[in-house]
Ligand binder design. Sequence first.
Ligand SMILES: Cc1ncc(COP(=O)(O)O)c(C=O)c1O
Length: 369
Amino acid sequence: MPARVFNFSAGPSALFPEVRSVLGADVAGGALLERASRDAEGPVVPLLHATLRALRRVLGIPDTHSVALCHGGGLAAHAALPLNLCRDAADSAAFLSTGVWSDRALAEAARFCVPHIAAASPTRALLPTAGGWDTDPQRHRFVHFTLNETADGREFHSDAHLADLPAGSVVVADATSTLLSRPVQWGLYDVVYASGGKNLGPVGVTVVVGRTATLQRAAAERRRAVPAVLDWHANAEAGSALNTPCVFALLGLKRTLDFVERKGGVERMQAEALQKSTLVYNTLDDHARVFAVDAPPDCRSRMNACFKLRSPADTRDFLAAAKDAGFVGLQGHAERGGCRATLYNAVPWTAVQRLAAFLRGYAVHSVVA
Ligand SMILES: Cc1ncc(COP(=O)(O)O)c(C=O)c1O
């Protein structure tokens, strides 16, 4: 493999150079990791506060919503959903089944509530629009969906479809692999959560943005105990310092937010995601004798471009050739196979151009051969 590689993995993913440097010669980062996390005079508390402020600024989070920086990643959030929002295990919640990650959310939540599938999208089909979701706020404590299916390569590109949901619905979204890549209409959501290792920087901190009134009401109505570490309202109230914050991940998140802000914010990230994904999909479509994209054009993920070759042997050959050329992380998710080029914010345009050139070259060569 060449000395310089281009990381196209869905996570842990590429990091901005400034974030990556935390691991290396950055002495300030090293010192910070050793400082007391409760010391108001020390560097950790201001970092925590600055990160929360930066999140609000960069994502445009309104005062109606509180922010909690939690531990445990997406998997903990999947369990936290019913624990926070249902009164007890007999309550029902609606789930949209659109791929690997929405189904994993459902499976974990099913341990703590009665799940109901509000709509399902068969492989290759469009994502169902909210008007067709079978959900009723009288019967379902919340409705959950996954904004970007990381493993399947399908994405809701905007929040417009949510206007069709019945009034009174408590709307919850897993935004793990899309937060920070486009603006969010916060008023349409009760809870949006995103785990690290994608656009937010290194793994270790989960961002939970919740409508304060919804979380307060749910906490008052609960008939069972919730582990403090999974209690979103308690974490937000405690300024995300209920227990020791994960300082390393916090620093990575803060630097990521600073970088995005300097580059022009989420609007700029959105434009870049469109540009990068358009180049990759156009290249794949131009060589349809070699590559196939299952997702229909209007829901193709701008974050994870999933594609296949004609056979598993061809896929293996392609991945080996890609690795030799310095492209890593292009294998598809274990449950889906095939290939996946992840295009998160920190994946540079030059890397995407190089990938597109490689895809073209590989396709031309294999058609001739
Ligand atoms: C959409 C989505 N949700 C949840 C997760 C799980 O996150 P974690 O590994 O932090 O539990 C992932 C991981 O890739 C994901 O892509």
